[in-house]
Design a protein around this ligand. Structure first.
Ligand SMILES: Nc1ncnc2c1ncn2[C@@H]1O[C@H](COP(=O)(O)OP(=O)(O)OP(=O)(O)O)[C@@H](O)[C@H]1O
Ligand SMILES: [Mg+2]
Length: 364
């Protein structure tokens, strides 16, 4: 048979498949069909009932499940519903003799990705598995990203499962008591990195006087945080979305005021950024906030709201001394060490001015 793996220059992933059907002959037939394309599909398990299917899928973590509907004990629709919660990376294709659109609708609502009618044509089977595997890529990437964030930022996607989703609304505040040390660079990199992992992220420029996220990202927009200020008390997400800018990479950005006097006006509104974030943070997994170096009530409120404060310094005496002050302050505010991430930036950069600091890590 034509070997598709050697057809292109890029080798294809091997797609791991579980076959679920109560009739052993049907399982065997599909297995044989997939064996013809063994370089592309690998059957990692089979099951004869819905209950068995959920167990086998948990054990084998397949990419795709071919699922019958009518089976003893748990039927294929219930099994699909459980699998999509327990192993969200497994994409389910329902394969049934049932042509009733009601079954199709129920299967899709239960989380199935596609539907095949028995008896299935081999090319249709291969094509559907490939298509579903591709469509599910975003879910696989999201789950991989979730595994890479700390467990306290995850939440069980349902009480009875061991699958996780991200808890929404984490605020990451990037701050330095010293200007020019790299806060905007780091905030932009954190936000972009999270976005590339499929995580819903918003970058906020809260450096209200001299913010330069827009310059960094070459984003020019008429809309910015200034437009939100007189609507904070009844801010709704539709209006907020209309003010948020989209970078060509897909990153969502709430830009700072484009002129100093507008920034000063925003600062007249008590805790403007914090109050805006309170209203909208839940619509994102992470909100990354770039801040100015001056400390005031509004900045302290942002620290309090943050799940994580990224404290940036460079290896100069002035920067390390100021960082020490900040760590003492965080200590007095009873912040846990886990809340603070210390970043020593530009360590290799000889152009840094001022006396170099020798840093004893025990101090932190
Ligand atoms: N690790 C690094 N290596 C090289 N250049 C860097 C690094 N980090 C930051 N820079 C550069 O240093 C300059 C200042 O960085 P950035 O604007 O991110 O600092 P900032 O703390 O946000 O400054 P400000 O106080 O003006 O807001 C920029 O030109 C940036 O490209
Ligand atoms: Mg900056």
């Amino acid at each position: 048979m034509f070997n598709k793996k050697s057809a292109g220059n890029e080798p294809r992933d091997v797609i791991k498949v579980v076959i679920v059907d109560d009739i052993p002959d049907t399982r065997e037939n599909i297995k044989k069909l997939l064996a013809f394309e063994e370089q592309e599909f690998r059957v990692v398990g089979t099951a004869g009932t819905g209950t068995e299917a959920v167990r086998v899928v948990q054990e084998t973590q397949p990419d795709v499940v071919i699922m019958d509907i009518n089976m003893p004990d748990m039927d294929g629709i219930q099994a699909t519903s459980q699998i999509s919660k327990v192993v969200p990376t497994a994409a389910v294709i329902i394969m049934s003799v049932q042509q009733d659109s009601d079954y199709f609708r129920k299967a899709m609502l239960a989380g199935a990705r596609n539907y095949l009618i028995k008896p299935v044509d081999p090319d249709e089977l291969y094509g559907t598995i490939r298509a579903v595997y591709k469509q599910h890529e975003i879910i696989r990437r999201q789950q991989a990203a979730i595994q890479s964030v700390p467990t306290d930022m995850r939440v069980a996607s349902s009480p009875e499962t061991d699958a996780y989703a991200l808890r929404a609304g984490h605020i990451v505040v990037v701050y330095s008591p010293q200007g020019g040390v790299g806060c905007t660079t780091i905030a932009t990199n954190i936000a972009t990195g999270l976005m590339k992992k499929g995580i819903r992220v918003l970058l906020v420029d809260a450096n209200l006087q001299f913010g330069d996220v827009g310059v960094f990202l070459k984003l020019q927009s008429q809309s910015n945080i200034y437009d939100l200020v007189d609507k904070i008390d009844d801010l709704d997400i539709e209006f907020f979305d209309s003010v948020v800018s989209s970078h060509e990479s897909g990153l969502k950005v709430l830009l700072g005021p484009p002129r100093l006097e507008l920034g000063l006006e925003v600062e007249q509104t008590p805790n403007a950024v914090g109050r805006i974030l309170e209203k909208i943070a839940q619509n994102y997994d992470f909100v990354v906030v770039d801040t100015a170096c001056h400390l005031n009530e509004a900045q302290l409120a942002l620290f309090d709201m943050a799940a994580k404060v990224v404290l940036v310094a460079t290896p100069t005496l002035a920067s390390i001394k100021n960082t020490r002050f900040m760590l003492d302050l965080f200590d007095k505010l009873n912040y846990t060490p886990a809340k603070i991430t210390f970043v020593l930036n530009r360590v290799e950069d000889d152009r840094q001015r001022g006396p170099r600091a020798t840093i004893e890590t025990e101090t932190f």
